[in-house]
Design a protein around this ligand. Structure first.
Ligand code: GDP
Length: 296
């Protein structure tokens, strides 16, 4: 089941539940069964689904539940709260401020949407009045610099990159130094993503990170990779120790639950979600509004 259908499924289960005349254990169990099946079908990790189910059952305490509308409200609210908990590791993410240069390093596999998201993010911060810019330190993927450059020009965001320098560490360092001197508030550094040469990718990430000392490292996680998201995020966490995640492609045919589970497994907050290919398709993430919107 694609992520977009999850909300409809949950909503209809909660709607059916609210129409019942009395609240009993069987009714609650059926509701939880439908919710858990829907979550599993969108690739949410089975452990997380089990925890969600047992937390809801514990909190509801069915034998003491009032009958009628109040009982139903308690169940609905508990379900809502636990869905929020699923996407909320209760960790505060770094937020850049005006007047002090913040360096943000973007990491992730090739094709995850890193380069696209760099410009989307710069644009978001720019609209909030923060002077933002981009550094193109992905020297591995042919065309990455041109892509970033084109996006940056379209978004009117200053950028730094090189057609001749092949060492991404040098580019990252030079770009960050230049923009710090120019008193930018947000300096976003795009790095290489790879499919196979993980070792080299990780070594390069560490080198760049040591050279530019980012205030925040953000992992870009593609929602369409399903359950592969969890081991991938764990491997990046060990090496790059990212402090936030942006989930991309939640709009398309992605199941999405794998990426959400990966976030829980690494105990890292989601800061934005990518909802399309356009430069404006980036939404600020907050657990409660995400779940509210999901449930319509
Ligand atoms: P990179 O290799 O990680 O730098 O990935 P790119 O930024 O080149 O993106 C790979 C593809 O994913 C491009 O076709 C993007 O337009 C697309 N993409 C990126 N973010 C999103 C998103 O949130 N939704 C959708 N539908 N496509 C996206």
């Amino acid at each position: 089941m694609v992520f977009a259908d999850l909300g409809r499924r949950l909503n209809s289960a909660l709607g059916d539940f609210s129409k019942a005349t009395s609240v009993n254990e069987e009714l609650v169990d059926n509701l939880l069964k439908t919710i858990c099946t829907a979550l599993l079908e969108t690739d949410v990790n089975v452990r997380l689904v089990q925890t969600l189910r047992s937390n809801i059952k514990k909190k509801i305490n069915i034998s003491n539940l009032p009958q009628g509308i109040n009982g139903k409200r308690i169940v609905q609210k508990t379900v809502f709260d636990e869905l929020c908990t699923l996407v909320d590791p209760q960790v505060q993410a770094f937020t850049p401020k005006k007047g002090k240069p913040s360096v943000i390093m973007m990491v992730g596999l090739q094709g995850s949407g890193k380069t696209t998201t760099c410009t989307k993010l710069a644009l978001q911060y720019q609209r909030k009045g923060l002077k933002s810019c981009l550094v193109a330190a992905d020297t591995f993927r042919a065309g990455a610099f041109d892509q970033l450059k084109q996006n940056a020009i379209k978004a009117r965001v200053p950028f730094y990159g090189s057609y001749t320098e092949t060492d991404p560490v040098v580019i990252a360092q030079e770009g960050v130094e230049k923009f710090k001197k120019d008193r930018f508030d947000v300096i976003i550094v795009d790095t290489s993503g790879r499919h196979q040469q993980e070792k080299e990718l990780f070594a390069e990430m560490v080198e760049i990170s040591e050279a530019i000392q980012p205030d925040q490292t953000i992992m870009i996680l593609d929602a369409s990779i399903g359950q592969a998201a969890e081991p991938q995020a764990k491997a990046f966490k060990e090496t790059a120790n990212f402090g936030a995640v942006i989930i991309t492609k939640l709009d398309g045919h992605a199941k999405g639950g794998g990426a959400l589970s990966a976030v829980a497994a690494t105990n890292t907050p989601i800061v934005f979600i990518g909802t399309g290919e356009h430069i404006n398709d980036l939404e600020k993430f907050s657990p409660r509004s995400f779940i509210s919107k999901l449930l319509g």
